[in-house]
Structures are given as C-alpha cells and as structure tokens.
Write a protein of this length. Sequence first.
Length: 179
Amino acid sequence: MAALAEDAEFIEAFERAATVMATSLRQGGTLFACGNGGSMTNAQHFAEELTGRFRGDRPPLRAIAISDPSHLTCVANDYGYEFVFSKFIEALARPGDVLLALSTSGKSANVLRAAEAMKAAGGTVVSSSGTSDNAIASVADVAIALGTGRWADRIQESELVVIHSLMQSIEDELGYSTE
C-alpha cells in the first residue's frame, strides 16, 4: 500500500475511478460490482457500503454486487459460467452506469464478459487487478493496477483498502464527508 500511495499512475487511475463513480451516482446511475472468490466478497462489500453506510449517515446510494446465487447458478447451468455476470449486466445496466470489475489476474472470462456487456450498454468500466496489462484492463475505461505479486490474497487485501478509499472519495465528492 505504501508503494501504491507513491505511484502516480495508480493515484491518477484511483482519482478518475472515484470521479466516474460519483458522477454516475449524481446522475442517477447504478454502480455494479463483480468478481470471483475473494473478489466476489469485495464486490459485495463495495455494494453494501454504498447501499448502507460507510462512516456516517447519508442517503443510500445505488449499487449492486452481482452475487445472487439463484441468478449465478441459473446462468451457469443454462449458458456457462463465463456468462454469470454479463447476463446480469445485459438485463439491468443503462447508459451512465459503472461496473467495478474485480479480477486479481485480469483474465477471468466471466468478469471480462461483464466488462464488455457494460461497454455495450453504454456504461463505464473500472477494473481492478494486479496489473494494467491484461484483458479486462484493456476493455476498461479506468484500470486500477494493484501491483504484481505471487499471491492473489495480497491483491485482494489491496482491493479492500482501495474500496474503502473509493467509498471515502465518493462520499466526499457527493458532499457526504464526515471529516
């Protein structure tokens, strides 16, 4: 995290992501989030911080983690696992919405399809992965790179810190700052 705090490319991507998300919410958009395994948990955490509360009371903000078990298993069974997130985006996304696409490797086929579906819907994609040199980052409007490493858990831990920092930035940009 110390290295990221000094990384100009990371800081610029982070600031653009926060602005894109706050702008979408200000205009009535919805923030979607998806990922696999630990990144799924982080996607859920991102959405609940928006719809519930982060540090202080404020109105709930529009956010959905693509994590409904019946949707995921239905689509996996009928179409294949690579479509579990994209079908959700195809059904609900509108122009101006934002997808937070979480993938430690940046290669998850189902997250990539979700990013492509969001772009087709007229939305914006913010990706978060270990590097910015991967398939999902190449589709993203904003690619947040959390650093290469041997272990995915370190990238997922960084994801969580970034999610909390995004929450603070979004609340600040929307005028809900508690500080």
